[in-house]
Structure formats: structure tokens, C-alpha cells
Write a protein that binds this ligand. Sequence first.
Ligand code: GLY
Length: 316
Amino acid sequence: MIIVGSSNARVGLPLGMAVLRRGGSALDAVEAAIRAVESNPDDHTVGLGGLPNLLGVVELDASIMDGRTRAAGAVAAVRGFEHPISIARRVMEELPHAFLVGEGAERFARECGFPPAELLTPEAQAIYQRGIRGEGTGEVRYGEAILRAMASRLAMQPERASGRDAGTVNVIALDGEGHLASGVSTSGFAWKYPGRVGDSAVIGAGNYCDDRYGAAACTGRGEIAIRAATAHTVVEHLSRGDSPEEAGRKAMEALNELADPFFSAMNVVVLAPDGRHAAFSSLTAATYAVMDERSPEVREIPRTFVPVRADGAGRA
Ligand code: GLY
């Protein structure tokens, strides 16, 4: 039994591991771990306290996938509910659908009895307003060009707009019966265009899971993970016999075939059915979080650094 995730999953992995230790399923472990991250107001990239879109409204994306059956559920651009990962799971388990967005996802959440929640915390609102006013620190400067482009589309004229493209939580679990599940949840690209959906909710892009070969999940620049089907690409390499280390590296390197002038970062976590794991980042000094059945606590492990330029120069 093992549970792995992005470094911000560390607040949830002990809960996920407790589920696995009690004999619970990988799906239950993933959902429990991600719910804890969604409830963490200090994480401005996921759930409660997440940074809002360009209009100041928090919109959440999430997906979950069951490696036994490759059943999947996803929701996107959901407003007013703290736990999109649980709504995504209910989509997977109760509807003849895999993906709901916006008002339909919110209607379904109400039907399921999920309580409404105010997600914009005073701290997130202050960061949002600093970004809109162009007072961003180094932490929130990334994405300036994207925000300008979006702002001009909305006929706004921020003098020095700033933005950030980071965060999101990944969790992948392997349970005592040898089944895998993977989940991703995010408030998405801060200051994003309203209705923008990233890779987190897109099965194959930010999340993919198959008991036979393994699972992968992404954080970072969602648009490029969508274009490259990054999570599925990793699992495809695993299916051909690559190790997690080889599969993840190849999927990261493939991003160089695409030109993305707004590329920021890409990060991938991989877990194989035999418990081998690996993680990658286009940023130096990035880490990921791991807990296995013997771990007393979460370990933070360096990711393999894979430089990504995404300038199209890697085109065949
Ligand atoms: N990877 C998260 C997003 O792009 O929204």
C-alpha cells in the first residue's frame, strides 16, 4: 500500500494512508486525501482559499479515476462547493456521464446534498486584488502576458497586471488489493478567463489511471498537458514496459515538441502497480510527497528535474 502526491498533498496523505491501513479502497484514500487539501485555506491553488478567476470568482476543477475499470468522473468550473473531488466521484458512480461543467455540475452537487460554501477567503481576495492592481510580488508575477491578453478581451485596462500559474493537488493510491486510483483538484490558473478549464478535470491530460500499467497526474501549465495528453502519455509508456522513471521523462520531454509561449512549468507524479513511483518537474528543487504502509509520516522526495522549453524546437 502506498499513496503519493504533489508536495501540497502532504496535509492529506496521512488521512489517505489511514483509509488504506483500515483496508479501504484506493478510491476512498484518494478522495479523503484530496478533501483535506481542498479544506486547507492556506493552499491558494485548491478548494477553499483558492485564487479566483479574472472576475474574482473561485471556479474549481477536479477529476478522479478508478484503475480497476478506468471509470472516471470529472467536474469543471464549479462555483460554491468546497469538495469538487467528491462531486467528481459521484458523477463517476451515479451518472451515465464522465464530465459535468458549470451550472450542471452545481445542480448535481445540490441534488447530492453537498453543502454550499463561500470559497473566497479574505487572504485569497487580497492576493487577487493585488494582482489586479499590479502589486504582485515575485510569487504572483508569472502569467503577466496571459492576464494582459485576457484583460484586454474583457476590455479591462490593468496597468501592470500579474498572474500565476501554479499549484493544484495530485494524489495516487495503491490499496491492499492491488488497485490504483488517482485524483486531481484545483482552483486552476489564478486570474483565469471565466469558464477556463485546465488539465485537472480532463481525463488523459492531468489524470489517468489503469491498474494494468500505472497512473499519472499533473500539475502546472494545464493547457500544454491538455495538448500533449500528458498523463495518458505516461501510462502509454508504462504499458510498453518503461519504468516510471523512463515513462515520466519521455512524457515531459515530449512537451518540447509543442510551442507554448505561456509555458510556466510542468510537474508529473507516477505510480506503478507494483508500488514503484517517480515524479518530475521542469522546475529545479521541486519535491513530491510519499507515504507507504510502513511510513510513520509523509516523506518529501526530490523530483527528477527535466528541463522543458516548450518552444517547439523538439519537433520531429
Ligand atoms: N494544472 C492546473 C491548471 O492548469 O489548471
